[in-house]
Design a protein around this ligand. Structure first.
Ligand SMILES: C[S@@+](CC[C@H](N)C(=O)[O-])C[C@H]1O[C@@H](n2cnc3c(N)ncnc32)[C@H](O)[C@@H]1O
Length: 239
């Protein structure tokens, strides 16, 4: 649908009709050819920024998918990088992609739910890209932000990309709301649920949740051009 090697419309529909984990297992082999994979144009700048602030020994990428963010982390970490994802299919593709990719850090992949993780204050940097839409609003504070906090050492950073307040007149916002409504309708009649919503964990809310959990939040605008010009880089440092 988006690329000759990408999924067809029917395959995407089948993904949406499956639960989140099974849906990504089905999509894994073609995921790199979808627009849901975070583009390297975005990730290059994030990791340049992170690396410019000093050596990073250990990094973790939550909801790592096929390894878009991990491949960058591997190049800036000196010791270890960990990728966590629900879908074993996505992790298998990540494993293959990362085997011969540049960087010297040791790579580990773990199948698991990022809402249940306890990584023991081990990491200097934690990233998460393209996945906030899978985390329900009610789980962002109690489970997600707490899990991020637990994974970082004091002074460690949670690094991610988000956007600001949506323009209520924009057709994109209306399309996103219509998409969200269709997912709610789907989940009212089908099990297991497929959770994927747009317009979540935007700067204002993310900042409030992170500050109340004990992070200092710094947001940088204007790092990207053209279609990514609204993107905001957030670095939240654990007290
Ligand atoms: C749109 S993909 C993004 C993948 C990658 N981060 C990227 O930017 O290309 C979302 C990923 O989040 C994973 N995921 C969703 N909910 C999750 C959860 N609760 N715990 C772990 N992984 C999750 C999915 O399996 C999928 O691989």
């Amino acid at each position: 649908m988006f690329h000759p090697q990408g999924p067809t419309f029917a395959e995407l529909a089948q993904q949406a009709l499956s639960g989140t984990t099974q849906g990504y297992d089905l999509l894994a082999a073609k995921f790199e050819y979808t627009p849901f994979r975070t583009p390297d144009d975005l990730l290059d700048i994030v990791h340049d920024r992170v690396a410019s602030q000093g050596t990073v020994a250990r990094g973790v990428d939550l909801c790592c998918g096929t390894g878009a963010g991990l491949a960058h982390l591997k190049q800036i970490c000196t010791e270890e990088v960990l990728g966590v994802d629900l879908s074993q299919g996505m992790l298998d593709v990540a494993q293959e992609r990362l085997e011969n990719s540049p960087g010297s850090a040791n790579v580990r992949l773990m199948q698991g739910d990022v809402l249940d993780l306890d990584l023991g204050q081990h990491f200097d940097v934690l990233t998460c890209f393209g996945a906030f839409g899978h985390i329900l609003e009610g789980e962002q504070e109690e489970r997600f932000v707490r899990c991020v906090h637990r994974a970082l050492r004091p002074g460690g950073r949670f690094v991610f990309i988000t956007s600001g307040k949506p323009d209520p007149m924009s057709w994109r916002v209306w399309a996103a709301k219509a998409f969200n409504a269709s997912i709610h309708a789907r989940n009212a009649v089908l099990n297991p649920p497929f959770h994927m919503y747009y317009l979540t964990f935007r700067l204002h809310r993310a900042k409030a949740l992170l500050e109340s959990a004990g992070f200092q939040v710094k947001a940088e605008r204007g790092l990207w051009q053209d279609k990514f010009r609204g993107a905001i880089l957030v670095q939240a440092t654990k007290d």
